[in-house]
Design a protein around this ligand. Structure first.
Ligand SMILES: [Zn+2]
Length: 140
């Protein structure tokens, strides 16, 4: 993909439509039997990987499992879009583990959850964004 293609995707006024275009391209490729799409694993080419806006559009639940502290958290892709942006690749951890201070141990998985999965499931939802000042001591 060219740089020009990147900027046209970014500046697209209707993100939902651009996602739909990408999805229809994927299903066209699948119907040709040319290649397996993102389920086959992340590609080196970011344009071939599922983006957060695709996952949000599909109503996906993103599960982050940190194998360092063995903690598992569930998020709605539609919530993560607001935090990491629509072009964030879903397979990349959105942030480091808050306990381990690293993303190295985080496994990301995603699924369209069925009713059975959602029963009794706890999902992390954004409440509000907090902005705060950082202070430091300096020589007068
Ligand atoms: Zn951890």
């Amino acid at each position: 993909m060219t740089k020009a293609k990147t900027s046209s995707a970014l500046s697209h006024p209707d993100l939902r439509e651009s996602c739909a275009n990408v999805l229809s391209m994927f299903s066209w490729l699948a119907s040709t039997g040319i290649t397996a799409m993102p389920a086959a694993g992340p590609s080196g080419n970011p344009f071939r990987n599922r983006r957060m806006c695709d996952a949000a559009h599909d109503g996906m639940l993103i599960t982050l499992r940190c194998n360092g502290c063995r903690r598992t958290l569930h998020f709605w892709a539609a919530d993560l879009v607001k935090v990491v942006g629509e072009h964030h690749q879903v397979h990349l951890a959105p942030w480091p583990c808050s306990r381990c201070q690293t993303a190295d141990f985080i496994d990301v998985s995603w699924t369209v959850p069925g009713a059975a999965m959602l029963t009794g499931l706890t999902v992390r939802r954004p409440v509000r964004k907090i902005e705060r000042w950082l202070w430091r001591n300096e020589k007068a």
